[in-house]
Design a binder for this molecule. Sequence first.
Ligand code: AKB
Length: 334
Amino acid sequence: MNRILVTGARGQLGSDLVVALRQQYGDSQVIESGRSHPQDNSSLYEVLDVTDQSQLEAIVKRYRIDTIYHLASLLSAKGEQHPNQCWEININGLRNILEIARSYGIKVFFPSSIAVFGPHTPKLDTPQITVEDPSTLYGITKVTGELLCHYYAYRWGVDVRSLRLPGIISYSAPPGGGTTDFAVEIFDHALRYGHYTCFVRPETRLPMMYMPDAIAAILMLMQADSTAITIRSSYNIAAVSFSAEELVKEIQKHLLDFLCDYKPDFRQAIADSWPSVIDDSKARADWGWKHRYDLAAIVEDMLAKLSLTNIQKQLDKDEERQATSDRRQIGVRG
Ligand code: AKB
């Protein structure tokens, strides 16, 4: 039986992963959790601070959890602004999850990142095993997290699986404080204002992935036979790599008047320390990973989905305005 807990469930990745997990395993099998109360009062949501071991244990026991997707984390840019919180959540939070996994025989997914790499890592075709000298605190917590996963797998037999995720592009929920956020923000700005000011230079090339591919990769990894999993730290995983300028040009094929200028900030140095193209042959060989979306397909789908979302938002607003005006008229007549 799968009784699943998702931490950080309302973040960029969690918002889509929860939908996919509920489709596969049933609504009631998937418990969302996060640090704050959700606005929708969902009955399958628990307020959880992952640094609080007793709170975590109580939830695991109450729902008889057997699988945890541990997404709660501070990303690279936010981690530089809030280093203590980054350490607390990313390191102590993960250790709590692995401890509970050890005690209760729970299977764990841990998202690592291309941020484990640094200035001395080969930038092209970055191998699975190579130099890891991150220049951000976030990267340091992810390297440490990978080592912890490897340790708990081999020392305590915890079935923990992990991916070094690239920048994830999606439309359901905004990303929260990463360096690759420009590749998501740009779509909304292009549609709303026809203009975007990008915080990295045009030639900045980073590994990226469309959300449906990221979800497919996580599900494939978690469903793979455990004998196929030869890496317990974290798998390199890749889809596409493109520069900020190439992304702009692809968007301009659809929105002819779209303009982008560039004002690099502190995130440029972070982006410069990361690889451009990742070698993910191990994931492809071990459990059959294959991506679907290239740059053209990502841009086409993002623009279509965001346009629909914007139309729906406008319709909702019009409906709300109409309802308010109807209520006022009834009030006046009454
Ligand atoms: C970030 O930019 O911090 C994340 C990541 C690559 O881990 N998207």
